[in-house]
Write a protein that binds this ligand. Sequence first.
Ligand SMILES: [Zn+2]
Length: 493
Amino acid sequence: MQDIKQAIKQLILYAKSHALIDDSHMEISKQKLIHLYQVDDFALMSNEKTQDFFKILEVLVHQGFQLGLYAPDTIDERDAFEAKLMDLVMPSPDEVKQQFHEKYKVKPELATNYLFQLSCDVNYIKTKRLKENIHWIYSGKYGNLEMTINLAKPEKDPKSIALELSNPVIQDINIPKCVLCKENEQNYHNARMNLRIVPIDLGDELWHFQYSPYQYYQEHAIILHDDHRPMCIWHKTFEYLLDFVDQFPSYFIGSNADLPIVGGSILNHDHFQAGRHTFPIEYAEVIKSYQKGSVTIEHIKWPLSTLKLTSTSRNELSLLASQFLEGWKQYENIDLDIVPYSKHIPHQTITPIVRKKAQIYQLYLVLRNNRTNEHYPDGIFHPHTDVHHIKKENIGLIEAMGLAILPGRLKKELDLIEDVLNGKKQVEDSLVKHQAWIQFLKSEQIKTYEQLLHQVGIKFERVLEDSGVFKLDQFGISAMDQWIRQIIETSLS
Ligand SMILES: [Zn+2]
């Protein structure tokens, strides 16, 4: 019991020193924690030195399990209980919304800095787990690609994502319909008691801004619609995205596509991803450039077929982007396997990305097609089976911009492969899927871990190339050129 009291005291001191609570809230937080753990009252001494935050949490979470305050003892349940503890020593949702709003009026960055720091301090963003991620740069045909092995993200099968989309909505009002619903804020489900979100207005509609617990890149934020409504890429998407960069000019914003296989892992709740990071796609070279009114259109040298539209005029930009979107949805080129519909089921959509630099808007349109056939049952423009041992998930927005999020299992597998290449180990069961690759690596005399990481980069480059609809060969470039010209010539000005 002494342990618990000491840890409670330490947690309150931590919260006070990180401005999560002020003096007047210390006693209230203590009473809530005392009630939760059923311990006797004690005096708070504020001149004690604070201990390591993660150690304090570990003690309190472990004791919570011993006292039967949660079960079973899994990572998910531990996270949910830990979030509940932090909720007792942090500002309420209303206070956070008010603080964000006040700071925004002074400067947007003050507001985002505030919410980001708060999300880290309450361990909603798992900073300790993120430090274990592996990160490297691969220099290849398209410049630098960013590579990460993320140890927090489970690998999702595209087929189960498609299934989720068709599942009926849960009726219990206390359980959010999905992990992106606004009802997750301060909710025990999905370990979100310590989540705080703030309302923003995009396209005259209510959306909410929050940070991602996984932080795939710097200040990784999620913007979710007020309603649980499916992802949809339409002309208004450009309005939402442009409104966002007008309000938060230091952040980029992008959307996953709205179709299975080429979309993200969540299709049933309309949302965007934003953040401070600059992605490899933004450094891509230009293959050919065109002009329509104030808008410069560039076909960039990128493995996924991408147009970059630049203009100071929001209206001209979004009008032309809508025409490219509508044109792409109908585009057909049998020779290149680009077929827009199977009966009435659409295959074509776009992954859009927007950034504002000074008064200039940049809009990237990544062309996508999710058709499958007998030869490619997982998708014609999806990573093909010979690279699945590295990446078989959907190539969503983040990968499309050149940042690989590779599954956590790879960390251990690469260590084992390095041992195999150096003759220290035989190929074991977990490496069977890498068998052909290991043979190739041996023939290339790959020995060191660095060389191995470079080879993973080559695979990721292939993953992106597989996802490109117009390949960057003579036929692909020329077909894309014809299509761009046709849209520009027929577009309204
Ligand atoms: Zn939802």
